[in-house]
Ligand binder design. Structure first.
Ligand code: RB5
Length: 162
């Protein structure tokens, strides 16, 4: 597979490590979307780059790393066609693939050990989507790519002050 990878400064060191792991030990092609150093930068820029690469079909999956893995995953998930989440355990990586057909993960470069992140990535790149009952749920998520930002949500009733 082709794997897009990106980080911010807080995820840079683990991004470099995971890039080698994915290419040399897992045997995938890696597209490194930066940054090239650990100079301070903004995680949404790199979450977006990875997400757009996956959404365009230039990569099969995306791996993002920031301090927590949260911000970069939030940014990536805004791109239509992407299902991104912060992942901190191999078990969640497995369920993210099997149930959510996740295609981009956000990893923590500051709070999760490199060894655990390697295993998360290995599982993320080997577990397969189960389809079946999960397919209709994922289809509902994907529908939000086009309706989520424009369709007003009904407001709950406001009780008058008494
Ligand atoms: C950068 O200090 C930090 O906020 C960022 O790496 C990430 O954790 C955001 O979610």
């Amino acid at each position: 597979m082709r794997i897009a990878i990106g980080s911010d400064h807080a995820g840079f060191e683990q991004k470099q490590m995971l890039k080698s792991y994915i290419a040399n030990e897992l045997g995938h092609e890696v597209i490194d979307l930066g940054p090239d150093s650990d100079a301070r930068c903004d995680y949404p820029d790199y979450g977006e780059k990875v997400a757009r690469c996956v959404a365009a079909g230039d990569a099969d999956r995306g791996v993002c790393v920031c301090g927590t893995g949260i911000g970069i995953a939030i940014a990536a998930d805004k791109v239509a066609g992407v299902r991104a989440s912060s992942i901190t355990t191999p078990e969640f990586a497995d369920l993210f693939r099997r149930h959510n057909d996740g295609n981009v993960i956000g990893l923590s470069g500051r709070f999760v050990d490199p060894e655990v992140n390697r295993e998360i990535v290995r599982v993320f790149l080997t577990s397969e989507f189960e389809g079946g009952r999960h397919a209709q749920r994922v289809a509902k998520i994907m529908k939000l790519d086009t309706t989520g930002k424009v369709k007003p949500v009904a407001r709950p009733a406001v009780h008058p002050a008494v």
